[in-house]
Design a protein around this ligand. Structure first.
Ligand code: PMV
Length: 313
């Protein structure tokens, strides 16, 4: 049997904009999707035992099958290779946490082990990128990169299809965060396409917003590296406002962001594709983290307490 894992992630700056070649900042979190793969006898058998938001597995089922077929092709294997695949791990199947990329990396690693392919991380990352196309249409590559390598990183897609810019960001110590889940499953592909359509139809509105998003990522990196967490939080709030303007937030996401800010979070924003899914609140120190968690619980939302800058790269 082959085994593999992939990290979940939160995007601190630049989701959606990264698809268009602007920079983003992403951190892996210390929750993983794990996979086990055995050579099968009849087609693709998938046992998905992840804890998920209601309807997540059903909604993603066809995309999941397509993603595995894409991976097999990228490995030069027959897309109908019979495999028994188990998926589990500590990363919940909530939209926005890179769960699809984490599962693709985990499955690719497990297939590599089971079939003795001995694939490098670079190859696993490229295979997971192919898989992401099934879920995201035109993915930036930020999710699979974080899922493969872990760590806190600056990411800029190469729109020409060549090497992306991936740089490690150093911070003094890990920072506590709270991830709030709306409980709503989101379709990343539809969200990404919606932004691209609206941008094309209304460049007068969207071009300046894209420029602002780029400036925020640059400023966010500086603030993280200099340890100015108040500034990081302010910039995250600003990023959330821009995401609202490009039409990817939702009532629940805005409510979670509001709650977090009222409880003393340094800053909060939706994370990932939006339209449901998750948000992230920057909550340095256990006290603020605990207060935000308490308020999320009180309002009936699920959450994940974790830290950024923990996993290595
Ligand atoms: O919602 P998630 O976890 O799939 O994140 C999507 C991030 C986007 O920037 C919206 C898309 C991408 O490929 O970068």
């Amino acid at each position: 049997m082959g085994k593999g894992s992939g990290y979940g992630k939160v995007i601190l700056f630049g989701e959606h904009f990264v698809v268009h070649g602007l920079p983003g900042i992403v951190s892996a979190i210390d929750s993983t999707t794990d996979a086990e793969v055995k050579k099968g006898v009849k087609g693709l058998q998938i046992k998905d035992e992840r804890k998920t938001a209601k309807g997540y597995s059903e909604e993603k089922r066809l995309q999941q099958i397509e993603s595995i077929e894409r991976m097999l092709k990228a490995m030069n294997l027959d897309a109908k290779t019979p495999l028994d695949i188990w998926i589990g791990g500590s990363l919940p199947g909530f939209s926005g946490l890179g769960a699809s990329a984490a599962s693709s990396v985990a499955i690719a690693r497990a297939i590599s082990e089971e079939l003795s392919l001995n694939l490098s991380n670079e190859k696993i990352n490229a295979i997971a990128y192919e898989a992401e196309k099934a879920y995201a249409g035109n993915p930036s590559g930020i999710d699979n990169t974080a899922a493969t390598y872990g760590g806190l990183m600056w990411f800029k897609k190469n729109p020409a299809g060549g090497q992306d810019v991936v740089e490690k960001i150093h911070i003094r110590k890990p920072i506590e965060i709270v991830i709030g889940s709306t409980g709503k499953v989101a379709n990343t592909k539809a969200m990404v396409e919606g932004v691209a359509d609206r941008k094309k139809k209304n460049p007068a509105k969207y071009d300046p917003l894209f420029k602002q998003a780029e400036n925020l990522a640059v400023a966010g990196r500086k603030a993280l590296e200099s340890g100015d967490l108040k500034k990081v939080g302010d910039l995250m709030n600003e990023n959330h406002r821009i995401l609202q303007e490009i039409g990817v937030s939702s009532k629940e996401l805005d409510q979670l962001v509001d709650i977090a800010c009222k409880q003393g979070s340094f800053g909060a924003k939706l994370t990932g594709g939006g339209g449901g899914g998750c948000m992230v609140a920057l909550t340095p120190g256990k006290e603020v983290q605990g207060k935000v968690v308490g308020a999320f619980k009180g309002a009936g939302y699920e959450y994940l307490m974790t830290r950024i800058g923990v996993t290595t790269y």
